[in-house]
Design a protein around this ligand. Structure first.
Ligand SMILES: [Zn+2]
Length: 87
């Protein structure tokens, strides 16, 4: 299994379905990377923003094409289901 490598920034042109690293031409897997993730600051932001990362299923190369997404609706659901500890 390939180890996830450095994320390469790509500029989207007409279409992106071929991996620049290995030539695999059947598209990419996607992954979401928390932009606010910081090991020294474990408190989550209320408006987390994620980078959409494309991963080549053949060689594991990772690409950032500048897409960003927010899962703020999910945050509301998490807040509503929080367990209240008995005191
Ligand atoms: Zn590849």
């Amino acid at each position: 299994m390939p180890v996830p490598g450095e994320i390469t920034t790509l500029n989207l042109e007409d279409e992106l379905h071929t991996c620049p690293a290995c030539g695999y031409a059947l598209g990419f897997h996607t992954s979401f990377l928390n932009v606010n993730a910081n090991p020294e600051k474990p408190v989550r932001s209320t408006r987390d923003v994620y980078r959409v990362i494309l991963i080549c299923p053949e060689c594991g190369a990772r690409y950032d094409v500048g897409w960003r997404i927010s899962f703020s609706e999910g945050e509301k659901i998490i807040a509503r289901t929080r367990v209240i500890q008995p005191s």
